[in-house]
Design a protein around this ligand. Structure first.
Ligand SMILES: CC(C)(COP(=O)(O)OP(=O)(O)OC[C@H]1O[C@@H](n2cnc3c(N)ncnc32)[C@H](O)[C@@H]1OP(=O)(O)O)[C@@H](O)C(=O)NCCC(=O)NCCS
Length: 193
């Protein structure tokens, strides 16, 4: 068994593995986007015949509420049935986490969604990998099933780059607000158009 980084050329084989395992299948352009934009954080496991038997596909996106922060996303994880319970998913997830933490983009946490009924994945994320329940998202999946949104806090998040970004955001945000208020005051006094 060989575990290595997933590349754009592996996508068709990854897709084959995904179709076997999961009802959620992203469009090809999404897979291509993530592997080309973040080539160092997605991984696959292949057998001796180079058949893809498991993969984890990740990306890094802006935080919803705080767009100056970044968040790692586990977009899809699966292992073919005959290769399960051999520790492959755990290894893939660990490698993805390490790569996201080592990368140049400072992330605050790693996020994923899991079906409420997926006991195997829940046990993996919560009991083995330390992910914490964040919130329940009702009818998250196309078939109406709810999802747990889970997060893994990343310990090195107090990186100085993050603080520079936070200060920069607040300074520019406050300056923009002040400028807007001044202009509307001047408008009210009919000093500017
Ligand atoms: C979930 C999945 C990725 C796990 O892959 P795996 O390679 O078998 O997982 P691992 O061997 O690394 O198992 C690690 C831990 O996960 C948990 N786990 C895995 N399979 C489990 C099962 N069938 N029942 C309960 N717990 C299970 C256990 O805690 C296990 O640790 P243990 O073996 O020490 O008990 C795999 O079952 C799969 O591909 N399922 C279908 C796709 C899917 O659900 N993906 C996740 C979408 S969010």
């Amino acid at each position: 068994m060989n575990i290595r980084r997933a590349e754009a050329k592996d996508l068709l084989n990854i897709l084959r593995c995904n179709l076997h395992n999961l009802p959620e299948n992203y469009p090809m352009r999404f897979w291509t986007y993530s592997t080309l934009t973040w080539p160092e954080i997605s991984f696959l496991a292949e057998d001796d015949d180079r058949k893809v038997v498991g993969y984890v596909l990740c990306s890094i996106e802006r935080e919803e509420k705080f767009p100056y922060q970044w968040v790692g996303h586990i977009n899809s994880l699966s292992v073919l049935r005959p290769y399960r319970r051999m520790g492959l998913a755990r290894q893939l997830m660990d490698m993805a986490k390490d790569a996201m933490i080592r990368g140049t983009t400072v992330i605050e946490y790693i996020q994923l969604h899991v079906r409420k009924s997926n006991r195997a994945a829940l046990s993996l994320y919560r009991d083995k990998l330390g992910y914490e329940h964040h919130r329940l998202e009702t009818k998250y999946y196309g078939d109406g099933e709810d999802a747990y949104s889970m997060r893994l806090p990343v310990t090195h998040m107090k990186h100085p780059q993050t603080w520079v970004a936070v200060i920069y955001y607040h300074v520019t945000h406050n300056t923009r607000q002040l400028a807007r208020r001044t202009v509307s005051r001047l408008r009210r006094r009919k000093l500017v158009l």
